[in-house]
Design a protein around this ligand. Structure first.
Ligand code: GDD
Ligand code: MN
Length: 363
């Protein structure tokens, strides 16, 4: 066997951490034949150059460079699938994950018939370090929601540090969602049978250098993963996401409608029309960076996309205004009339925009 253990490390602008991480892993794994696979998404801070240099000097350190791609989960999946060893670990590059746990986690596989070992920030004996109160609250909420799709009780289903048998990954990989940050939850939720696991307590360190890539889209992508696992086979995830964005549009719509019609007394039909276009613009930008993140339009295409979105949605908007006005003339409450119009428009918008605005592009 060439290698006993592969360590997959996703990187996005981690130049200040890589050398130290390699040294630490090397020191921690004296008894084990290991390889490291970095998966870098075209970092702009010199990570790529550094990885090229290191991997040219060390045969057991490799780097996969991805261009025009982002996403922590998909980076981890590609790294794991490229591994040459029967056991694969995933860990952050920023030294938050204690590398001295690697040999301990590895040893567990020879003690018991295990599928996966998880380093948990919430198991007995674990420490969170200076995790902010806000992050802890978010983490707890995430844990709770994760139970919706989990078949086993994990203390830390959102951990980014774990080790598994590659055979297990091969079996479940066609069912992975593969988007977003939460690869461990994806793995557990994608396995047909409950995975055989144990947890080891993790002392979570502070990030050594650079910044966290966790942002608000991460939370939204987490909802995407839950939706996929809960309804993926019945309703397309994209439609669920589009509807969620649509809901924010209804909020924007009602806000503008209230301002125009109630506060400054504009005629209803004008208020409804203007509210529709403002909501459409806000929906377009949110959809572009969230629902269609994988097909995100930039530069000139962003502008043309907006125009095509207006165009296809004008059909929806026309019916929306007509319908809402009809209800309004029937003395139905202005808010109910406005919302109903917006909802009718939304379904048409989804169908048409998926055909024309974010149409499938050949890759
Ligand atoms: N290739 C690639 N592509 N790598 C990425 C991307 C990406 O789009 N986004 C982030 N990374 C890399 C970072 O460079 C880092 O090595 C690792 O993924 C984790 O990103 P951080 O930005 O450090 O995330 P975090 O510390 O806030 O959260 C992490 O740790 C938590 C606890 O273990 C993540 O792993 C969470 O999923 C996890 O809950
Ligand atoms: Mn981190």
């Amino acid at each position: 066997m060439l290698y006993e253990l592969s360590i997959v490390v996703p990187t996005l602008n981690e130049v200040g951490n890589i050398e130290l991480l390699c040294n630490k892993i090397s020191n921690a794994l004296k008894e084990i034949n290991w390889e490291i696979i970095f998966v870098d998404d075209n970092s702009a801070d010199g990570t790529q150059e550094l990885l090229n240099q290191i991997s040219s000097q060390h045969p057991h350190i490799r780097a996969i460079h991805r261009i025009n791609r982002t996403g922590l989960s998909s980076a981890c999946i590609e790294g794991m699938l490229a591994s040459k060893a029967p056991i694969v670990a995933v860990m952050d590059a920023d030294l938050q994950h204690d590398e001295t746990l690697l040999p301990i986690m590895f040893a567990e596989f020879s003690k018991k018939p295990l599928d996966i070992v998880v380093a948990s920030r919430f198991a007995a004996g674990a420490e969170l370090g200076d995790f902010s109160a806000k992050r802890e609250l978010l983490s707890n909420m995430g844990n709770l929601l994760s139970r919706l799709v989990l078949k086993v009780r994990l203390t830390d289903p959102l951990s980014g540090f774990f080790m598994l048998r590659k055979e297990v990954l091969h079996k479940l990989s066609p069912r992975l969602y593969g988007k977003g940050f939460k690869i461990l939850l994806d793995i557990f939720a994608s396995s047909k049978k409950p995975l055989n696991f144990i947890e080891v307590p993790l002392r979570f360190n502070t990030r050594h250098s650079g910044e966290s890539k966790l942002d608000t889209t991460t939370a939204l992508e987490f909802i995407g993963l839950l939706c996929h696992k809960l309804f993926g086979k019945i309703i397309p995830v994209r439609f669920i996401l589009f509807s969620l964005v649509g809901l924010t549009g209804v909020g924007v719509h009602l806000l503008v409608l209230t301002l125009l019609h109630i506060v400054i007394n504009t005629q209803f039909i004008w208020s409804q029309t203007i509210a529709t276009y403002i909501a459409m613009t806000s929906n377009y930008f949110i959809n572009n960076s969230f629902t269609y993140r994988d097909k995100k339009l930039h530069g000139k295409k962003l502008l043309f996309g907006l125009l095509s979105f207006y165009l296809v949605c004008s059909v929806g908007a026309f019916l929306n205004v007509e319908f809402a006005s009809l209800l309004y003339e029937m003395h139905i409450n202005w808010a109910i009339a406005g919302t109903s119009g917006a909802l009718i428009g939304a379904v048409l918008n989804y169908a048409l925009s998926s055909m024309f605005t974010w149409r499938k592009t050949k890759t």
